[in-house]
Design a protein around this ligand. Structure first.
Ligand code: SF4
Length: 226
């Protein structure tokens, strides 16, 4: 049976102090379960991670990881991507979906790297989001995962869904969700928190069939079914 506090949370009447305290407990429990959470996208450089992250839009990391070994072996520099034949690259990334849009993004991004950054991936949010095809989510992934800079929290569909289920935000737009999470989660945890919600969303809090009975935060979650 739900406690009075649980019922208040479910009615959205949790005070900011209660929400902060509950978030702290959620982080502590997730930290025990997902101590080393990181990106599931295979990569060995900032450029590879940037390309893989662009490819992962509307796709799965497993699907992207099937495509990238051959891609990374063929295109080893930003100059190589910048000079790619779009028709050929489209075929090479076809199975990740939205291949025309992604081809345009990768070639445009690589050309901008060559023109503005000497072929190197910049390590600032400001410069990354100026690259074609690179939004705040992709920039957060590259900055946090490769450069170990916590500039924000990457909000993908899992992060969006879990942050809502856990009652950490009522917002619907990624930028606003990110802002809410940044206010609740300690900065040193920002990148880890995003990777962790993604892992938890894949393994336990699965869309349409969440496994609340085995969830480590079920006692802290207003959407728990147990
Ligand atoms: S308790 Fe259920 S709904 Fe809440 S995070 Fe865990 S699996 Fe998801």
């Amino acid at each position: 049976m739900a406690t009075k506090t649980q019922l208040r949370r479910r009615r959205g009447r949790e005070s900011p102090t209660e929400l902060r305290a509950r978030t702290k407990k959620i982080i502590a429990r997730l930290a025990r379960a997902y101590a080393d959470a990181t990106s599931a996208l295979d990569h060995r450089s900032a450029l590879e991670l940037l390309v893989a992250t662009i490819l992962s839009a509307q796709s799965t990391d497993a699907r992207v990881n099937l495509v990238t070994p051959a891609l990374f072996a063929k295109y080893q520099t930003a100059r190589a991507y910048a000079a790619a034949d779009p028709a050929v690259l489209e075929q090479e990334i076809h199975s990740t979906g939205f291949f025309r849009k992604k081809t345009k993004a990768i070639i445009g991004m690589a050309q901008a790297l060559v023109e503005r950054h000497g072929g190197e991936v910049p390590d600032t949010m400001e410069a990354l989001v100026q690259l074609p095809g690179v939004g705040r989510k992709t920039a957060n992934v590259v900055l946090g995962t490769w450069f170990h800079k916590n500039e924000g929290i990457a909000v993908d569909t899992h992060v969006h869904r879990l942050a809502t289920l856990l009652g950490l935000t009522k917002e619907r737009q990624p930028e606003k969700i990110e802002r809410d999470l940044m206010a609740l989660v300690p900065r040193a945890r920002w990148t880890w928190f995003s990777h962790t919600l993604i892992l938890h969303g894949r393994r336990v809090c699965i869309a349409r069939r969440p496994r609340c009975e085995v969830c480590v935060v079920n006692r802290l979650c207003p959407s728990s079914r147990v």
